[in-house]
Write a protein that binds this ligand. Sequence first.
Ligand code: HEM
Ligand SMILES: *[C@@H]1O[C@H](CO)[C@@H](O)[C@H](O)[C@H]1NC(C)=O
Length: 511
Amino acid sequence: MDIRVFLGALGSLAAALWAGFRLRHLLLGAVAFLFIADFLKRRRPKNYPPGPRSLPFIGNFLQLGFEQSHLKLQELVKKYGNLLSLQFGYLNGVTVTGLPLIKEVLVHQEQNFMNRPMIPMRERIFKNYGVLMSNGQMWKEQRRFVLTTLRNFGLGKKSLEERIQEEARHLIAAIEEEKGQPFDPHFKINNAVSNIICSVTFGERFEYQDGQFQELLKWLDEVTYMETSMQCQLYSLFPRIMKFLPGTHQMLIRNWENLKLFIYCTIEEHKRDWNPAETRDFIDAYLNEIAKNSDNAASSFHEENLICSTLDLFFAGTETTSTTLRWALLYLAINPEIQEKVQAELNRVIGPMKQPSMADREHLPYTNAVIHEVQRMANIIPLNVPREVSADTTVAGYYLPKGTLIMTNLTALHRDPEEWATPDTFNPEHFLENGQFKKRESFLPFSIGKRACPGEQLARTELFIFFTSLLQKFTFRPPKSEKLSLQFRMGITISPVKHRLCAIPRDDAAG
Ligand code: HEM
Ligand SMILES: *[C@@H]1O[C@H](CO)[C@@H](O)[C@H](O)[C@H]1NC(C)=O
């Protein structure tokens, strides 16, 4: 063999070996780098709240398990205390348990906990716009505007209450059509509740037979539970990878885009017949605000924000309240003796003919207690809406660096055995004392502090009027030979699983 060929072959073999060697080392180096970077990311600062050891890259994601995660967490809180650190991928989270610490975070130190974390799905759909998840000056402006307009469009005034009463009559008529036969109350209730926030934001209500609006409500319902699917959880950890893969997260994106498009079209219609002198609804008021700020480049009032803030109101104003109302009917169908007591009180105080109004509430302590107990047991937003630490701070002696995700555990509060006589059983007595309604401190379904729910008053009015109007006209029962359960569907809100009820018209209620 020619020596040159031999040397050449040897050379290329060496080159190949060298290249392979380099490649292997490069790979090894890259992996080592990722582990070190990950380790540094997961390294806890001094005095950081304690928590279970986390795995590389995924943190406590798998350890928590999906099905029994709440049981597992309960053990961890017992072991580590009321500030528990957990890691979700690259997110450092801390859960806060117990009223004193929740108040410390949401009230006493609220300036450090006012922000929301960036959530990739939200970022994708809303950028940083809107009111629910925005931060800083933009959030301040959007929130203030939402509160003012809610007030101007009748919150705490007669007009909105009357609108709710009228909607309750539509709902009663729709339920009467079922003639006491088993039916799924889900979308009728959704529609009725949604019509209230729709009348505030879009200036119109939608008929329960409106196929297009029912489609919209279906999307809204789907986004609330898709969010907790495996793929969506993975999307929130690895958005740049998941964005190329198929799965529930893609459906979720499509649903959100559809909802946005609906809001966009509604705004376009408003623009066509917009009259600055006559403000019909939230969108009109917002268009005025955009016009007023047109020469201020720093203003957060622009069309993108109009779409996102309107969608936030539509979403937050529909799902929460209707889910609570669905739980209410379910709890009463399961507890007929409690339902009878509510109806007896309604008979005594209002009678069968007059439609209930907010002025009646103080004379209906039992009914009021039942509504509160529904909210306590239903506990539809178990970990509150997340916050993020906006400046390094200390809570209960522990150091919380800027950027830490904060979850306040409302479930622990609403089921605290120290606070409630029968924490896991539906019992209106929790909110009664000597037959009078009693407020409870450990009851925070709307959260507290400057970032608490701005829709609280609206939601309470809706719950009271819808609930009492329905109970005045119907008795809710499980269908014969079907058993109702309190099983729930996990999502952005905890909601009842699909079920049917019978709404029996009350003999003692005239008309
Ligand atoms: C039973 C019904 C409702 C419940 C249980 C509920 C609960 C909550 C909770 C726990 C928060 C998070 C507060 C925090 O971070 O401290 C919130 C925020 C919010 N809610 Fe409600 N809510 C309800 C009804 C409504 C209604 C009817 C509206 C419509 C006006 C609404 C609009 C909002 C908005 C816009 C936010 C975001 C506020 C912000 O980030 O500044 N909610 N709600
Ligand atoms: C919140 O508290 C409930 C009730 O104690 C518990 O089951 C759950 O695991 C807790 N969740 C977190 C995230 O701490």
